[in-house]
Design a protein around this ligand. Structure first.
Ligand code: TRP
Ligand code: ZN
Length: 880
């Protein structure tokens, strides 16, 4: 059977029939029976006298009181998630509601739930309706006053948004705290935290001289692990003042770390709730990557205070208004804190490997979706990361100053409002007198545009022409696409590698690095450069100036030339990627199990040059040494056999490792250091390069190289080097790997975040037999299906990162995932739906695999109790 699903559409938007002047909440906390009293001061929002409709789900409605008198049965209805009261006054009125909820039974982690015995909430997107009946939509904003009542010994800490205005002791060992948030906000930004927590306190003085109290709340055992998060928070606050002129508005900013969380973190006003993965770190327990992630996510949530909270979304179709913009802001923040080029490469890898794949599959949707069934399914790479690329393109088109003017106007116009993506673009247009009409196609059309590029040179006219033709494949919402408007960043070099300063015939000039920004708007367009003595070498789409695929035939020689000479670090890296991609694709094309994979000499030369390069940033060299991902390789193929893709890429890696073994060893040794660990840009880059070399060394499995891995594992004083060594050994040698895994477990079994790493390592192990090991680990005491981090680390990692074994031809990987989704769905549908992502891609594979994957999708579809979350993904995947 097909599950009935209610699809809602952007075009059906209507203004809320009632607004709220005030919200007063009172929570009487109890693990099984929490009582919530809410008083809403409502105001009709139209002349027509409309019924009052409030959302309410997964709760018991105890009492409804309208203007002081309790409503009797028949005076209201409560069904299908809606509390409806037909007769309400056509002037301001008060309604009081009492609900009963059960936090301890809340495994969906939406609404009010318990994590490690502490109460916390997650209300975005539609979790508030699991707490009380409420107009749970982002365009209804109000001032919240919240009283929390709880047992004093189990819940010494009582937190909510805004300022603490009152607290005191009650009888029966209880106490209370009342919080008031003076800023109007939608319900999705509400938060409550209560429990046995300690705080790490600091302060920040704003540009205008106000002192802000900063508090990070964690479990007692974690209080030594907050220094990096606190430092990141202070940097974020300062950066937003310097770069965007945005000052913090409340007197206190609080962060709470919890172990059970569906996503990364949540920007609740003045009280951010974080997955502990993005707060807790010490050099001994967290890798450089984790440190990066914490800095980025702390920044992201903090930046939401202006882009998301002060100005919020009118409806959930506008999600990218806050998420695309805030991702752009956190990317810029991280670029300013560390290496800009490295950050750009990492972000582009996400777009190409994951967002392009989403854009080419059945879940493809525009940055501003036109419809959805379950909004939780639209917190996607498209809304977040492609959304950020769309913002970045405006930044490129308008320049940093023009963009800032647009942002200033946006804040000035819309502070305190719930607005749309159109409003944002309008502010950019008005501040710059720049027409972004066609540009808005990026918001309404899904799919990845492709640019076909050719060049020609006219000796007589000394003119170089770049011919560009854009197209975009059909996606579920539209078959015909209007052309996109995008900035193309272009540079030219002469044949000796000298940077030219090209002049576009259309008038645009080059910057110091020789980059010209040219707008592309037509389906077919010629970009003409004048005044050139000889035919130049083209450096196209510098810094990935638009989220597109490029089809531009270039010889390996030309790519190697750009790899060596392009002044744009991103394009230097990109040329290296394209060169290895071309070589790998050729080998896949010629693949047979008997034939040995060979690496083209020009590529070996290129890699050799990287290893001998002592001038460039080590972090960039490390990025250039990493081969294109299996995801990215697979997207170039008509029909994917993941086992072949893995095998060729892996053999390729082994071959490179063998041919350049002495160089890898030399570079590895040269990066050995006695300096104590510090999370600091230069060190991070050097460790990345060192550990990349170690990976290659161990890909070449000799006793000597394994010993190098063991040696690093045994002497390391930080988790970055420990994990790199452990990973290399685990993937090279079963026995030695198991010994180290046991040792690692003994050392760290009490630290859940470190245990996540232990699980990921085993789930992504390339040696055969991993599925069986994953199954066994599900029985292990550190694993729990109720903890999203554990599910992602073991099952998510296996199904989305261990391509060869998840896609084993016998279909056992698919059946395994089908089983897990069915078990997890009743507990946590949001996580179950996310886990299903690999199944959505079935069309990419050979017929045999297609059938096996479809079998699992149909099995899910035939489950009558399936959630709307998983149902939407499954139905869209099977639609023709
Ligand atoms: N707004 C959050 C962010 O991007 C995302 C988020 C956190 C979320 N938890 C969630 C979205 C739960 C949906 C459901 O920072
Ligand atoms: Zn966000």
């Amino acid at each position: 059977m097909t599950i009935a699903q209610k699809e809602i559409f952007l075009k059906d938007y209507t203004v809320p029939p009632h607004l709220l002047d005030e919200v007063h909440l009172r929570f009487e906390l109890d693990p099984q029976q929490t009582r919530v009293h809410s008083t809403l001061i409502c105001r009709p929002n139209s002349d027509a006298n409309q019924p009052l409709r409030l959302n309410g789900e997964h709760l018991t409605l105890e009492k409804v009181v309208l203007e002081g008198s309790a409503l009797k049965e028949g005076e209201y209805t409560f069904s299908d998630g809606i509390l409806e009261i037909c007769e309400v006054p056509d002037k301001v009125f008060t309604i009081e509601i009492t609900t009963l909820i059960n936090p301890s039974a809340n495994t969906a982690l939406e609404g009010l739930y318990l994590s490690s015995g502490n109460y916390c909430t997650q209300c975005e997107a539609e979790g508030f309706r699991r707490i009380t009946c409420f107009p749970d939509r982002p365009d209804v904003m109000s001032v919240f006053t919240t009283t929390i009542v709880a047992d004093k010994t189990t819940c010494p800490v009582l937190l909510s948004n805004g300022n603490l205005i009152e607290s005191g002791t009650l009888e029966d060992g209880r106490h209370f705290a009342t919080w008031n948030d003076p800023f109007k906000k939608p319900s999705y930004l509400f938060a409550l935290v209560a429990g046995n927590l300690v705080s790490i306190d600091d302060e920040f003085t704003t540009v205008s001289g106000r002192t802000i109290e900063l508090r990070i709340f964690v479990e007692e055992k974690n209080k030594e692990k907050c220094a990096h998060a606190m430092a990141s928070l202070k940097k974020s606050m300062q950066w937003d003042e310097q770069v965007f002129g945005r000052e913090y508005d409340l007197d206190t900013f609080m962060i709470v770390a919890v172990d059970d969380f569906n996503m990364g973190a949540m920007e609740n006003k003045g009280l951010n709730v974080f997955n502990s993965k993005y707060v807790l770190a010490t050099p001994e327990t967290a890798t450089d990557n984790d440190f990066d992630g914490i800095e980025g996510v702390i920044g992201h949530e903090y930046f939401h205070n202006w882009t998301g909270n002060r100005i919020t979304c009118r409806d959930w179709f506008q999600l990218s208004l806050k998420e695309g913009l805030t991702v752009f802001r956190d990317q810029e923040f991280s670029s300013d804190m560390g290496s800009r080029a490295v950050k750009r490469i990492q972000d582009v890898n996400i777009i190409r490997s994951l967002q392009f794949r989403e854009d080419g599959g059945p879940m493809a949707h525009p940055v501003r979706p036109a419809s959805f069934v379950e909004i939780n399914n639209f917190y996607t790479l498209t809304v977040y990361n492609k959304g950020a690329e769309v913002i970045r393109m405006m930044h490129t088109l308008l320049g940093a100053q023009g963009f800032r003017k647009g942002m200033d106007l946006y804040f000035e116009r819309h502070d305190g409002q719930a607005v749309t993506c159109d409003d944002f673009v309008q502010a950019m247009e008005d501040a710059n007198s720049f027409d972004l009409g066609q540009f808005k196609n990026w918001y309404s059309q899904a799919g990845t545009p492709k640019l076909e590029v050719t060049t020609s040179f006219d000796d007589a006219k000394k003119q170089f022409t770049v011919h560009v033709e854009q197209s975009c494949p059909p996606t579920p919402e539209a078959t015909e696409k209007k052309p996109f408007f995008m900035p193309l960043c272009i540079g030219l070099l002469d044949k000796q590698g000298k940077v030219l300063t090209p002049q576009a015939a259309s008038g645009e000039l080059a910057d110091e690095a020789g980059t010209v920004v040219l707008p592309l708007s037509k389906e077919k367009q010629d970009l003409v450069f004048t005044g050139l003595e000889q035919e130049p070498v083209l450096s196209f789409l510098r810094n990935f100036s638009a989220p597109v695929l490029v089809d531009f035939q270039r010889s390996p020689k030309e790519l190697a030339f750009l790899m060596a000479h392009d002044p744009d670090p991103f394009n230097r890296w990109d040329a290296a990627q394209e060169l290895s991609l071309a070589c790998i694709l050729e080998q896949i094309d010629e693949y047979s199990p008997e034939k040995k994979v060979s690496v083209a000499p020009i590529l070996i030369e290129g890699i050799k040059a990287l290893l001998e390069d002592t001038v460039s940033d080590p972090a960039l060299l490390a990025m250039a040494l990493i081969l294109p991902s299996e995801n990215w390789i697979s997207q170039q193929l008509e029909v994917v056999d993941p086992v072949i893709v893995f095998s060729v890429r892996n053999q390729f890696r082994e071959q490179v490792a063998r041919e350049l073994a002495p160089l890898f060893e030399k570079r590895y040794k040269s990066l050995q250091t006695d300096n104590p660990y510090q999370y600091e840009t230069r060190q991070v880059g050097e460790r990345a390069l060192k550990n990349c070399c170690l990976g290659y060394l161990l890909a070449n499995k000799t006793d000597g190289t394994i010993n190098t891995g063991l040696e690093q594992y045994n002497t390391s004083d930080n988790m970055t080097d420990t994990m790199a060594a452990l990973q290399s050994v685990v993937n090279a040698d079963r026995e030695q790997g198991d010994t180290l895994l046991a040792d690692f477990y003994n050392k760290w079994h009490q630290d859940p975040l470190v245990m996540d790493k232990w699980l990921i390592l085993q789930a992504t192990c390339i040696l055969p037999g991993t599925l069986e090991r994953v199954r066994n680990l599900m029985e292990h005491e550190v694993f729990s299906l109720k903890n999203p981090n554990k599910v992602r680390s073991l099952i998510g990692a296996f199904c989305s990162a261990n391509h060869a074994q998840f896609h084993a031809a016998d279909g056992k990987g698919y059946a395994f995932l089908g089983d897990i989704i069915l078990t997890l769905d009743p507990l946590n549908p949001q996580i179950a739906a996310r886990l299903a992502t690999p199944l959505t891609q079935w069309r990419r594979y050979d017929v045999a695999r297609q059938e096996l994957i479809k079998q699992q999708l149909k099995r899910l579809q035939d489950t009558p109790t399936l959630s709307g979350d998983v149902g939407e993904i499954v139905n869209r995947s099977l639609q023709q």
